[in-house]
Write a protein that binds this ligand. Structure first.
Ligand code: NDP
Length: 331
């Protein structure tokens, strides 16, 4: 039976923030489907995560062609929930997908050519069961393809109606400035940039945020909790049901050193003083940046989405708190 969304889902209009200088607003918290939506994951849990998020007013769901495993499975999972539960709510949703990493054999299944991007978008639309996505991203820069070609493919998708907006991910400041100019000249302005940004990884502060603000491009921060490190997950050990515990493809137990755990505990202490969970403080710390439109969390449990969303009501930091955070991170 189709899902009946909570009538309270838009009771927090302050949740929505303009994406750069566009007319599109995104929720301060968005949900990413990189992990926990694959072929081996429990479909009932994946569905519950999507529906809980939507009930809480989270209107933006982020995918990529290769999310699974196997690649493509997350789009199929999301497509099924869209079809069976949310078909009547397409116009309340911002669905994004990306192409840029290895998808199929041969020279046309990876990187940034027009051939790959446009074929991949067609495949994504079939898996999602959609006529268009809201945002289509180049998932990573391709040094072997002229940026005009990659951006030309994004602009073609927009002009052809298969994507409403163009986005880029993992581009450095110089590549971003060039991509922005090419897209603007092609009449499909760059809406959004998706970089990794969290307390442990602040590379975007070395110029990217300034470029984004200058160009009027919104930032959506991925892995804001450093894949779960910036939460109560690993304070004392490695739980069997955690990412490092059961799916260490991208977060290995040996990355959780005692030194890192010391920093996590100190940050957790500071969060408690602020009356927040560590995950909430990590999200709030990103939201305080004017360049950041949305914080793109992952989740394995609906309760994690509820917890992280609590960040929105306590997102201000005193100078003293910011200094203390910097000291912990430098230690
Ligand atoms: P996070 O840093 O938010 O990590 C998510 C994990 O943190 C969850 O799976 C869960 O771990 C744990 N967690 C989440 N909330 C809480 C909470 N409140 N309390 C305790 N633990 C919590 O993000 P991801 O690394 O998952 O990335 C998010 C999204 O970003 C992806 O789904 C994808 O859409 C995008 N992304 C984009 C990339 C790109 O190149 N453009 C690359 C990577 C991600 P556990 O599973 O252990 O419970």
């Amino acid at each position: 039976m189709s899902h009946q969304p909570a009538s309270t889902r838009y009771d927090h209009p302050g949740l929505y923030r303009p994406c750069g200088r566009s007319g599109l607003k995104l929720p301060a918290l968005s949900l990413g489907l990189w992990h926990n939506f694959g072929g081996a994951d429990q479909p009932a849990n994946s569905r519950a995560l999507i529906l809980r998020a939507f009930d809480l007013g989270i209107t933006h769901f982020d995918l990529a062609n290769n999310y699974g495993p196997p690649a493509g499975a997350a789009e199929e999972t999301f497509g099924r929930v869209l079809r069976e539960d949310l078909a009547a709510y397409r116009d309340e949703l911002i669905v994004s997908t990306k192409a840029g990493y290895d998808m199929w054999p041969g020279p046309y299944g990876d990187h940034g050519s027009r051939k790959y991007l446009l074929a991949s978008l067609d495949q994504s639309l079939r898996r999602l069961g959609l006529a268009y996505v809201d945002i289509f991203y180049s998932h990573r820069p391709d040094p072997d393809t002229p940026i005009e070609e990659t951006m030309g493919a994004l602009a073609h998708a927009v002009h052809g109606g298969k994507a409403l907006y163009a986005g880029i991910s993992n581009y450095n400041p110089e590549q971003t400035a060039r991509a922005a100019k090419v897209l603007r000249d092609l009449g499909a302005p760059c809406l959004i940039h998706q970089p990794r940004y969290n307390l442990f990884d602040r590379w975007v502060e070395g110029g990217l945020l300034e470029v984004l603000q200058r160009e009027g491009i919104g930032a959506i921060a991925f892995s804001p909790l450093a894949q779960g490190l910036l939460s109560n997950r690993y304070l004392t050990g490695i739980p069997a049901d955690s990412r490092a515990g059961h799916d260490p493809r991208f977060l290995r137990p040996d990355q959780i050193t005692e030194a890192k755990r010391g920093q996590i505990r100190a940050l957790d202490g500071l969060a408690r003083v602020r009356g927040q969970s560590l995950a909430q403080m990590a999200v709030a710390w990103l939201l305080r940046q004017p360049a950041v439109t949305s914080v793109l969390v992952g989740a394995s449990k609906a309760s994690q989405i509820e917890d992280s969303l609590g960040a929105v009501t306590n997102a201000a930091f005193s100078t003293d708190e910011l200094v203390r955070i910097d000291r912990i991170l430098a230690g």
